[in-house]
Design a protein around this ligand. Structure first.
Ligand SMILES: Cc1cc2nc3c(=O)[nH]c(=O)nc-3n(C[C@H](O)[C@H](O)[C@H](O)COP(=O)(O)O)c2cc1C
Length: 357
């Protein structure tokens, strides 16, 4: 059985180990969604992971749900990713861009001309989102029209194409965390009565339209997708998730994608339920330690393990795992603030060892 340090093939590329960096929003971009030059250093520092998956990136102006999040729909945004993909590749790493649209989780504060967010249905999410003026309640979205659905599918495909132009090895569709794709899957955010709502076939229609458009744009071997069944976040409710996700995975078996990424935030047994169904490469994420990740690989319960906060705080996580070295603790106060502190200045083992006592 595999270990964390064994290579694995996804699509047409080889990952040097099975320690995957989780997508993590860091809110260091400017208001135009352009990454700062020091983002290249942050990502390149983590190039020893088998694969780096970037923070969620907006596919269009209407996608934006968080302050200072990057985009991949203007030339300037695309160019700002170039130093990131170049420096990561120069250090022997591989990198996928995670793309998303936040749907009803967006606040007018982030949208063009304070627009009302769009969502499968006009159902307001309970909860709040953070802004520079503090926490704000989610707002009532308006139901996205059929024409806008067609345009959003096109936007996802264009984002995938732009990611390849920017030098990424592939793209990950964010179908998790209660954003627009999962809003279509959900039983409380999607109350539509047309072909995008109601039955499982209808509620999964948007997901497959988006995935198939991305696959047509860049090839199935360069497309991955993230799921978080029943995540208790962003007011997501999926009363029939036990049927929906096996249905999705069985249909994905026909698509030969780079990988699927499942983050189980429920503390339940989603990996045990889903891994046997999926025939391609399966990444398991959320809450893993070195030991629990290694154990899952050893038991044949996943193909690679995704680490979030541990890689955020430990740029050299694979080396620390190898040496059984202690880990830096993540500093939550710097997760989403501008600047390099808490971003590019977590010490490596090497740095720690060679620093003056
Ligand atoms: C600061 C931070 C930002 C995150 N942003 C994203 C994101 O942009 N996209 C996403 O899919 N998940 C995001 N997540 C969730 C992580 O990808 C991961 O699933 C989560 O941290 C659980 O893994 P862990 O226990 O190894 O940290 C974020 C997590 C953190 C801590």
């Amino acid at each position: 059985m595999a270990t964390l340090f064994d290579p694995i093939r996804i699509g047409n590329i080889e990952l040097k180990n099975r320690i995957i960096m989780a997508p993590m929003t860091r809110s260091r971009a400017n208001d135009e969604g352009i990454q700062p030059p020091f983002a290249a250093e942050y990502y390149a520092q983590r190039a020893s992971a088998g694969l780096v998956i970037t923070e969620a990136t907006n596919i269009s102006p209407m996608a934006k749900g968080y302050i200072r999040t990057p985009g991949i729909y203007t030339d300037e945004q695309i160019q700002s990713w170039r130093p990131i993909t170049n420096s990561l590749h120069a250090r022997g790493g591989k990198i996928f861009l995670q793309v998303f649209h936040t749907g009803r989780i967006a606040l007018p504060d982030f949208l063009p001309e304070q627009a009302q967010p769009v969502a499968p249905s006009a159902v307001r999410a309970k909860g709040q989102n953070y802004t520079d003026e503090g926490m704000k309640e989610f707002v009532m979205p308006r139901e996205i029209t059929r024409e806008e659905i067609v345009q959003t599918v096109r936007d996802f495909a264009a984002a995938a194409r732009n990611a390849i132009t920017a030098g990424f090895d592939g793209v990950e569709l964010h179908s998790a965390s209660g954003y627009i794709v999962q809003q279509f899957l959900s039983t409380n955010a999607n109350l539509r009565t047309d072909e995008y709502g109601g039955s499982i076939e209808n509620r999964t229609r948007f997901l497959f339209e988006v995935l198939d458009a991305m696959i047509a744009a860049v090839g199935s071997e360069r497309v991955g997708v993230k799921f978080s069944p029943r995540i208790p976040f962003n007011d997501n409710e999926e009363t029939d998730a036990e049927v929906v996700y096996p249905y999705i995975l069985e249909r994905l078996n026909q698509r030969n994608m780079a990988y699927i990424h499942v983050a189980d935030y429920t503390g339940g047994d989603w990996h045990a339920k889903l891994y046997p169904i999926y025939q391609g490469v399966y990444f398991a994420g959320s809450g893993f330690t070195k030991e629990s990740g290694a154990a899952l690989l050893e038991q044949g319960g996943a193909d690679a393990i995704v680490y979030g906060t541990k890689l955020l705080a430990n740029p050299d996580l694979p080396e620390r795992f190898r040496r059984n070295a202690p880990l830096n603790e993540p500093d939550q106060s710097t997760f989403y603030v501008p600047g390099e502190h808490g971003y590019t200045d977590y010490p490596t083992l090497e740095g720690t060892l060679s620093s003056p006592i």
